[in-house]
Design a protein around this ligand. Structure first.
Ligand code: GLN
Length: 482
């Protein structure tokens, strides 16, 4: 049983006082090293506990469960900065649908979590608040862009956190920090109230230590939202119900050769070891050439910056947050605000995106990228005629050292080679820990399922989790206040 179910039961049965638990929890997370949290919702937490203590616990899936929120999701009247100077001082006028769904089910947002500026990055080093430590080794990066979310769960500060994934930002930090992270099918979870990076790729998803925690969170997060034009109407499904232990039997797993031959040797070894355990429990493992990883990476770095350049044009010093007051004309003020408000990586993306969309280059870059996106999507559709699940390392390496890739954007971009094609195709995917490398750092395994097959995805992940028996960095008892 995961942490959410156990904590919920402790509250239900009054074995644990919610008030005492939160007093201790807030003290612990406010003094925790690592820079995962950037602010706390003390007053809101107090109000939520008062409210919940008068309710029937049975009505709430997440009765009293502390939730960390990535700093790109709106919570009414709270700051939301996307870890950027540009949004300094800005407060959300409303609450994101996904966050609201969690609150409605009794989850209690406790604070905002660090991230790469505007979710652009793979190490959480591009944050105005500074980098997040990897809880397994503070000299290593947490991964990104949802580094705060992954690190907060791994360090046992919260049993549940929300992140967003545009090219791997849930799965890669989950892998680096030894926790579980799920990116739902595009359209499954509302993006309303998520500050947009690349709208055709962005998706909110859950982080937790165990697969069944993530399943409970997905139950709560998904649902049609008329406020998001890409939200999809689906029949009700329960993802957390009845994981079947025997269900690896006959599951056809395709493993892309390209991701098993490049990358860190002990990462690949951990994946192979897990694959053979899966095989001995009935899975049918087959190696296959995916063929388009390099093309997918290049395509993402045209499409995502193109959409970002458009989405981020609204941050002009007039309507949101920070304004550079050194200029004397409106135009100069906007230029100065954007020059001094955005960090280097964000500016790199805006320049790249503006270029690929500019007249004369649009067809050569953006048009072509859209066609390649279609080819990548079709490749997955073809693979899913043969396989139920595509499996690989989540990232080619374990968490690298801070500063190692900061001045080499291409090296940083390559860390998402396995995750990015999944976003281009809009598929659901999960990363779960499957061992550790020779330095003791966690290795993540990525499982990808066909569109809207989260049930199959979670069920398979649950079986793999049982086979691996990964030991979390922080014991459940610490997280449960026991
Ligand atoms: N690391 C990738 C990037 O920098 C993906 C980021 C994300 O998923 N938000 O764009």
């Amino acid at each position: 049983m995961g942490r959410i179910q156990r904590l919920r039961t402790l509250f239900y049965t009054k074995q644990l006082s919610m008030r005492d638990y939160y007093t201790a929890l807030l003290a612990r997370i406010q003094s925790a090293p690592g820079n995962a949290f950037i602010s706390f919702f003390d007053d809101e937490v107090a109000t939520a506990i008062d409210y919940l203590s008068q309710q029937d616990p049975n009505r709430f899936t997440g009765f009293g469960i502390p939730l960390g929120i990535k700093d790109n999701m709106c919570l009414a009247n709270q700051p939301v900065t996307c870890a950027s100077k540009l949004l300094a001082g800005y407060r959300s006028p409303y609450t994101a649908t996904a966050v609201q769904y969690m609150i409605d089910q009794g989850f209690v947002p406790v604070g905002r979590l660090n991230m790469d500026e505007f979710a652009m990055g793979s190490a959480n080093e591009y944050s105005v608040y500074g980098p997040v430590d990897n809880p397994w080794n503070p000299d290593a990066v947490s991964g990104g862009s949802s580094g705060g979310s992954a690190a907060a769960v791994a360090a046992g500060l919260v049993p549940a956190a929300l992140g967003s994934d545009t090219g791997g930002s849930i799965r890669q930090p989950a892998a680096f920090c030894g926790v579980v992270g799920l990116k739902p099918t595009y359209g499954r979870v509302s993006r309303y109230g998520l500050v947009a990076f690349a709208s055709s790729l962005d998706q909110i998803g859950p982080f937790a230590q165990y697969v069944d925690d993530v399943a409970i969170m997905l139950d709560t997060l998904c649902g049609f939202d008329p406020q998001d034009a890409t939200s999809v109407k689906r029949p009700d499904e329960c993802f957390s119900d009845g994981f079947e232990w025997a269900s690896l039997h006959g599951i056809r797993v395709g493993v892309p050769n390209e991701l098993m031959t490049s990358g860190q040797a002990d990462v690949n070894a951990a994946i192979r070891r897990t694959l053979s355990q899966m095989e001995s429990h009935g899975a049918i493992i087959d190696y296959v050439d995916f063929k388009y990883f390099d093309e997918a990476l290049a395509t993402y770095y045209i499409i995502a910056p193109a959409e970002a350049s458009s989405n981020l044009s609204r941050f002009d010093g007039v309507r949101y947050g920070y304004r550079d007051t050194s200029a004397t004309t409106l135009k100069d003020m906007m230029a100065a605000t954007r020059s001094t408000g955005f960090g280097d990586e964000v500016k790199r993306r805006i320049i790249l995106g503006t270029y690929v969309l500019s007249s004369g280059y649009y067809d050569a870059f953006y048009g072509k990228a859209q066609r390649v996106r279609g080819i990548v999507t079709k490749r997955y559709a073809d693979l899913f005629k043969q396989y139920d699940i595509i499996c690989s390392p989540t990232a080619p390496t374990t968490a690298f050292k801070k500063g190692e890739h900061t001045n080499d954007p291409l090296a940083m971009y390559l860390s998402d080679i396995a995750t990015i094609p999944v976003n281009l195709a809009g598929l659901p995917a999960i990363s779960l820990p499957c061992g550790r490398d020779s330095a003791g750092m966690p290795v993540g395994m990525q499982l990808v399922a066909p569109w809207f097959q989260e049930k199959l995805l979670l069920n398979t992940a649950y079986c793999v989790e049982q086979l691996v028996g990964f030991t979390p960095l922080v014991s459940d008892d610490v997280v449960l206040g026991q």
